[in-house]
Design a protein around this ligand. Structure first.
Ligand code: BGC
Length: 423
């Protein structure tokens, strides 16, 4: 292993305070250009939904569709942040060697019929009772109202044919009707970031920013349109598509080899779907490997969790993947690389939050909760510390009032709230 070469690779993942300030300023600029209808790297998608009053109640079906697992839940809202899960079924959209509803060669009909079968399981075949369904659909969709959401493009390497350009709830309705479930009424579609924000706002007011930091990454915020007569509502930024960022050689290789080159540049630098792959490209180059290894973000988590002096977990993981034995010194370099990839991710995400805060609070930033759901935020070692440090580097003393709050399971509660708010 060429240590100098490896150290150079590690350095390409450093982000300075100035880089973070530039990202924050560019995010704010793009939000404000996007609101004026000018060119922006942010899609600024209207959700046609505001914040909940806290008085929402009743029984709803909630569908969470957007990551590796598909979940359908029958949930009862009891006002003021309270709810009960009555029944829940979760299934992966892909089981290797068994079925795959998301890869190349999969199609819309099979995918939506799979969803209907899960709904069938949750409502136990009931074709008489009326169920209103809220749908958290975690992909960029252009909406004309709370029901009508057309998928603009798949992200996170989904490739199912026949969904892009379609109204997703129409596809769901067609499938429900094929199975005779005309009593199940899809009435609202929201992005998962919107769901997280709704879920948090149901429990406490004064929350304006919701974010997902997981397989994918994205953020939304509540836009009050202080300078126009537009109806206040939550805007899905699709921040994963932000591209005003300094990229390195490995970002470029990953981007060129992805399903959709040049889309989702920020997401490809920060989210769980991609950071393991970035690490793989670095090791391929650093260790001169013929074949690209297949490390995942879970491997990065294992590497970061090894606090021992001998780094045995790091060594074992590398031996299992690459059949090579590492010295402790080399294992340390590999761990530093993983740390830098993860800390760059966390610092970039935090810098984008600062740009959003500057837009919402142009004069001074009050105490504020940013609500976040997702495995990287919840479980990846060092992420929250890196985010807090980056917030401090950009906002100075104002960062003391910014809380990064975990909102676990917001997709389900948010879907039910959207259904309740639009009924
Ligand atoms: C999608 C967003 C979604 C995010 C988190 C991204 O790939 O474009 O719509 O919110 O993943 O799931």
């Amino acid at each position: 292993m060429d240590n100098n070469k490896f150290s150079a690779i590690i350095n390409t993942f450093s982000t300075s305070q100035q880089d973070l300030m530039d990202i924050a300023a560019a995010v704010r600029y793009d939000i404000e250009e996007g609101l004026k209808g000018n060119t922006s790297s942010l899609k600024m998608l209207k959700s046609y939904i505001g914040l909940p009053s806290g008085q929402e109640e009743g029984k709803y079906l909630a569908l969470d569709f957007g990551g590796t697992n598909l979940r359908v839940v029958l949930i009862e809202l009891h006002k003021n942040g309270k709810f009960t899960i009555l029944k829940k079924v979760a299934k992966p959209l892909k089981v290797a060697g068994n079925y795959d509803f998301v890869g190349k060669g999969s199609c819309a009909k099979d995918m939506f019929d799979f969803i209907t079968e899960i709904i069938d399981e949750v409502i136990e075949g009931n074709k008489n009772e009326e169920y209103f369904l809220g749908h958290t659909f975690s992909f960029p969709s252009s909406q004309t109202n709370i029901y009508n959401a057309k998928l603009i493009t798949w992200t996170k390497e989904f490739a199912t044919s026949g969904v892009e350009g379609q109204v997703v709830n129409d596809l769901l309705k067609e499938s429900l009707s094929r199975y005779g479930f005309n009593n199940v009424k899809p009435i609202a579609v929201i992005n998962d970031t919107v769901a997280v924000l709704l879920a948090a706002a149901y429990k406490s007011s004064d929350t304006y920013i919701g974010s997902i930091y997981a397989t994918g990454h994205n953020t939304c915020y509540f836009e009050s349109y202080p300078e126009s007569n537009s109806q206040p509502m939550i805007i899905n930024l699709e921040i994963g598509n932000f591209y005003k960022l300094a990229v390195n050689k490995y970002d470029t290789i990953l981007n060129n080899n992805s399903e959709l080159p040049d889309h989702q540049r920020l997401e490809k630098m920060v989210s769980g779907r991609y950071i393991g792959e970035l690490f793989s490209y670095c090791l391929q180059d650093g260790l001169q490997l013929e074949k690209l290894p297949d490390f995942t973000s879970i491997d990065l988590s294992t590497i970061l969790n090894d606090n021992s002096t001998t780094l045995n977990d790091v060594k074992t993981l590398i031996t299992n993947h690459l059949s090579i034995e590492l010295s402790t010194e080399n294992a340390r370099l590999i761990q530093t690389l993983a740390q830098n990839i993860v800390s760059r991710s966390a610092r970039i995400v935090a810098a984008t939050y600062c740009g959003i805060l500057w837009h919402i609070f142009p004069n001074n930033i009050p105490r504020h909760n940013i609500v976040i759901d997702g495995s990287l935020f919840e479980k990846m070692p060092t992420v929250t510390d890196n985010m807090h440090e980056a917030l401090h580097q950009v906002l100075g003393s104002d960062s003391a009032g910014i809380n990064l709050v975990l909102e676990n399971g917001g997709s389900i509660l948010g879907a039910a709230l959207a259904a309740a708010m639009s009924k």
